[in-house]
Design a protein around this ligand. Structure first.
Ligand code: HEC
Ligand code: HEC
Ligand code: HEC
Ligand code: HEC
Ligand code: HEC
Length: 224
């Protein structure tokens, strides 16, 4: 029986991956050479967070993973193998950042009524607005509130330029000047526009500059 050449090529490709998997495993667990492989450094606040807190090992040894991948290539297995490390997801973030007072919990936005909104800003995942190995603390525009608050009206509105007016003027860069997103800072929103944080400070924070909301926070990320 002739060996199908396309299969042979795929099998060789699998064998070529093997050393990479071994190498990646080594690098991810050895502190001294860690920074050389990452896309970019971690954000400063994650200085003490271990690689494996976000990059969880997938089940099985490298040998088992390679065997499973060979079965996949030969058509004896339905799905390919996640080599060594699983994709990073919200579960890893929540292991350190779950908070009972979350103002915008990600699970809420899986409801169908937010389908249009999450096309603009994927609020169903931490990684819709945050990343890692990039300088940015927040990776979306500071005008993100617009995706969900376009119908905003506040009864007995206490602020000097009412919310309805801010919305009609499209002042979407003003919101974060008076409200944080997660509700994790114990400060009350000011009622005068003049007391709001300037949009530039928020933009600069998003780009990796100083945190304008300051300490304390209700909940800090867990330290391992
Ligand atoms: C706070 C969570 C977090 C920590 C800690 C972290 N990473 Fe990542 N890493 C991510 C995320 C999210 C991505 C995917 C985003 C991207 O492609 O840049 C990623 C992507 C990567 C990639 C690219 C993988 C790919 O499939 O594209 C490598 C390599 C990597 N990280 C290595 C490291 C190393 C080494 C460390 C320790 C110094 C580390 N990471 C620590 C979250 C983290
Ligand atoms: C829709 C966008 C969006 C999503 C989704 C999102 N964030 Fe944020 N996050 C922000 C914005 C905007 C800020 C800056 C304002 C603030 O501090 O609330 C921020 C700030 C933070 C901060 C620093 C301030 C604090 O509260 O301690 C942490 C930590 C954080 N996010 C973690 C997470 C985690 C974990 C998830 C997923 C469970 C997540 N975020 C999902 C937009 C988002
Ligand atoms: C993906 C949709 C979505 C986005 C994006 C979003 N919000 Fe919200 N927000 C909501 C929902 C839903 C509620 C809850 C409203 C309710 O319970 O009636 C809410 C509530 C709030 C509240 C009231 C919270 C409370 O405890 O009473 C504030 C303040 C707020 N959002 C500010 C913001 C700001 C500022 C932004 C932009 C940084 C923003 N939101 C972005 C969906 C969103
Ligand atoms: C000058 C400060 C200021 C600005 C700018 C501002 N808000 Fe507010 N906001 C307040 C205050 C004060 C309240 C009422 C007290 C509270 O809920 O903190 C409030 C209340 C809210 C509420 C709760 C409404 C309710 O019925 O409970 C939401 C949602 C909200 N703001 C969203 C926004 C969005 C979105 C923007 C941007 C278009 C924005 N705010 C801009 C100060 C501000
Ligand atoms: C092992 C625990 C741990 C994990 C996992 C983790 N964090 Fe953090 N994070 C921290 C600590 C500790 C801080 C610093 C204290 C604080 O600001 O709460 C922090 C701070 C932050 C900040 C604030 C940065 C700033 O400069 O203001 C953001 C945003 C953030 N984390 C997002 C994430 C996201 C998104 C993920 C998942 C990809 C994640 N974290 C995973 C522990 C963790």
């Amino acid at each position: 029986m002739a060996w199908p050449s396309a299969r042979l090529v795929r099998l060789l490709a699998v064998l070529a991956i093997m050393p990479t998997a071994v190498w990646a495993g080594f690098v991810l667990t050895h502190a001294k050479i860690k920074p050389s492989i990452a896309h970019g450094p971690l954000i400063a606040a994650h200085g003490d967070v271990a690689c494996v807190a976000c990059h969880m090992r997938t089940p099985g040894t490298v040998r088992q993973q390679v065997q499973a991948q060979v079965r996949y290539v030969l058509g004896m297995r339905q799905t390919p193998v996640d080599f060594g490390y699983a994709e990073v997801g919200s579960e890893q973030c929540l292991a350190c950042h779950a908070r009972p007072n979350e103002r915008h919990p990600i699970y809420r936005f899986r409801e169908p009524r937010f389908a249009k909104a999450v096309e603009q800003v994927d609020a169903r995942s931490c990684l819709g607005c945050h990343s890692e190995h990039v300088p940015q603390i927040v990776t979306v525009e500071p005008t993100l509130c617009r995706a969900c608050h376009e119908d905003l009206k506040v009864k007995n509105d206490p602020i000097d330029t009412p919310h309805e007016r801010l919305v009609s003027l499209k002042k979407w860069d003003s919101c974060l000047g008076c409200h944080d997103f997660h509700g994790n800072h114990p400060v009350s929103s000011p009622t005068r526009m003049a007391e709001a944080l300037p949009a530039l400070k928020i933009w600069s924070y998003f780009q990796g500059g100083d945190d304008p909301y300051g300490s304390p926070k209700f909940y800090e990320g867990k330290v391992q």
